[in-house]
Every structure is written in C-alpha cells, then in structure tokens.
Ligand binder design. Sequence first.
Ligand SMILES: Cc1cc2nc3c(=O)[nH]c(=O)nc-3n(C[C@H](O)[C@H](O)[C@H](O)COP(=O)(O)O)c2cc1C
Length: 376
Amino acid sequence: MSSRSIYARLRPVIFALAPEAAHRLTLLVLRCGWSFRDAFPVSDRAILRTRIWDLEFVNPLGLAAGFDKDAEVADVLLRSGFGFVEIGSVTPRPQPGNPKPRVFRLTEDRALINRLGFNSAGLDRVEANLRRRRAAAPEGGVIGVNLGRNKDSAEAGPDYLAGLRALTPLADYLVINVSSPNTPGLRALQGRDQLEALLAPLRAELDGMEGRRPPLLLKIAPDLTAEDRADIAEVALAQGLDGLIVSNTTIERPAGLKSRFRAEAGGLSGAPLFEPSTALLAEMYRLTGGRLPLVGVGGVASAAEAYAKIRAGAALVQLYTGLVYQGPGLPRRILIELAALLRRDGFATVADAVGADHAGLSPPTDRRDQASERSD
Ligand SMILES: Cc1cc2nc3c(=O)[nH]c(=O)nc-3n(C[C@H](O)[C@H](O)[C@H](O)COP(=O)(O)O)c2cc1C
C-alpha cells in the first residue's frame, strides 16, 4: 500500500483528535524513530541538489518553522525526505503560549488557523536537544533555527540577541521571526526604523564572532503595506541580511473560506495562503533585484506549487500545513514530480529555475559563495 493510501486511511482517526493532540501524538511517534524511508530515485538527486550560502541542500524542500518547535524530531523529518528542517520558533525562556484551543483545522479549505503564541521549551532545552542530536552524529541535513521573543520581555532586541548567542554554534542558518501574528507588537518590528534598530546589533554580533557564521534570515508576514515591503527589501540589502523567508501566516481571511472556524483569531496557513504569499515572494524578488536568496513558504501541497514558488523567485521552498492534510509521504511525492517538471522545462538544476518567471533578472547567487557555486 502506498504512503498516500495509508495516510488516507489514518487521517480520519488523526482528525478525530483535537489538532494539538494530533500534533503531540505525531511527535511522539516520530520520537520513536518512525518514518517513511522510501528509496529516492538516483536520477532525481543531481537535479534537486542545491547550494546556497555555504550550505549543501540535498533538495530544496524544507519543513517550515512551528512543527518541531523544540528540536525533538529533526533527524526523523530529514529522513522522511525533507532537504532541511527549521526548528522553533524558540523563545529565550520557556513559555506556555496562549490558552487552548488555539489551533483549528479548516478542513474544507485545506487550511489551519493557529494562535499558539510561541509555546516554547526555551533556549536551554532546545540547545540541549540540538547538542544531543549533534553528538549522535546524524547523517547531515541542514537545520535552521527560528528565533522568537518572550511575550513578557520588555524589549525584543535582547531576546533575539540571546537566541543568536546561544544557538549560533548549532544552527546551519538563523531566522529572525518578526512575523507571527500571535505575539502582541511583534509584527510592528517589520517597520523600517524598528527593523534597522533590531538587525544592526544582531549583524554586528555575528560579524564579531570567530569561526563559522551562519547566514541570517528574516521571516516576514504576508500582510504588509507597499511601503513596508519596499522598506524591508532596502533594509535587508543595506544590513547584509543573507535571505528572506516569505511568508508567515496571514491575519487576512480571503473571501470564499468555508469552514466554520474561519472567524477564529490567529494566523491562517495552507491553500488560501498560496496566492498572496507567492505574490509577495515575487515582489520581494523584484525589490531585491534577485540578489538575495528567498525561501518561499505558504500553501505548498504539490510539486506544481513548489515549482511556482521557485519560478517566482524562491531558492528554497518550505511547507507545513500540506503535511497535515497529505501526510508524511508528501515531501517525497513533491520532489519526484518537481524533478520531472524541471526536466520538462529544460532546467539542469533547481538554481537554474529560480526566478524564471521574471524576465531580465538573474537568479540569486550567494554573495559569499559565488565562486565555489560556479566551479561545482
Ligand atoms: C501550527 C503552526 C505553528 C506555527 N508556528 C510557527 C513558528 O513558531 N514560527 C514561525 O516562524 N512560523 C510558524 N508557523 C508558520 C509556518 O512556518 C509557515 O510560515 C506557514 O504555516 C505557511 O506555510 P504553510 O501554508 O505551508 O503551512 C506555524 C504554522 C502553523 C500551522
């Protein structure tokens, strides 16, 4: 029986549980080391491999932040086909997040609404989990670390700095998350002045560190004004950010949502987010002149959607909600079909297709790594 039909049978059982209970059960099963580990067609490996910053990605499809907030199951997830896993958001001190219920399945809309509010085990626990993982000598795979702030801390800056200091040695890349809709005031950090004030000390801290410095990314919301979008692009380039993640969940409620949960407060993810997040991705690619690697996320549940993100400007793609509806066989299915789509259109690598929908703009290459990328 294929992984798709196994999941189709299991889904009603899983969906009979409350969303957070189902998630906890999934993490428990994954912690026991369970995973789909189907052989990956060798012919697809070369076309899907991609090098960004100084990192080798076996494929461009990652698991988005929020699934493995406390870094408990990253290696199992890598083994089920993802090319990279972003853990977090992690807050400096442990915090419980908002009162339950706080996650809702909009099944008819292939969507979720969550207002978790950064439930996190905190930096110490996540650091210990990442150290344990490293000591177990995993096979590789890229681990991103997404940083958040505590709800009750007076200022955001010191929280992000604490996260950066604690987890830089354990992160292949770092994400400053200023776009979750469920922490009051967080998204205001995307305004020009606030963003500059937030990012400058983080950049300086990283630049002053000895040894390897992980790339620093910013994760943005889909609900930005035109002025915000232009400001973010300018600040990102001026402050030497290494990339943008586009996008987080939306507080908009697009017309046509059917589920009775559609009016719940929180961030909407899944199918209805695909169009607005992809439009924002394309715009950020244009505003940054294709000079900054972008990670496209929002509503991806098929190879066609992953490919559309790449053509719109994404060097890497992530998903979360698609996994809830389609199960653990999804990454492998997407990757096999994505390789076929790239081949159909005459692309030899993922990198060749990045930004293909933008005439006259070249794909983003890493500023620190251009030479080695070309000689590969
Ligand atoms: C239940 C849930 C929790 C999330 N938690 C986080 C988080 O802690 N940090 C973050 O940056 N994004 C978080 N996200 C947003 C996802 O990383 C992603 O940006 C968003 O869901 C859009 O992708 P999707 O449509 O594929 O789910 C969360 C999403 C969901 C559904």
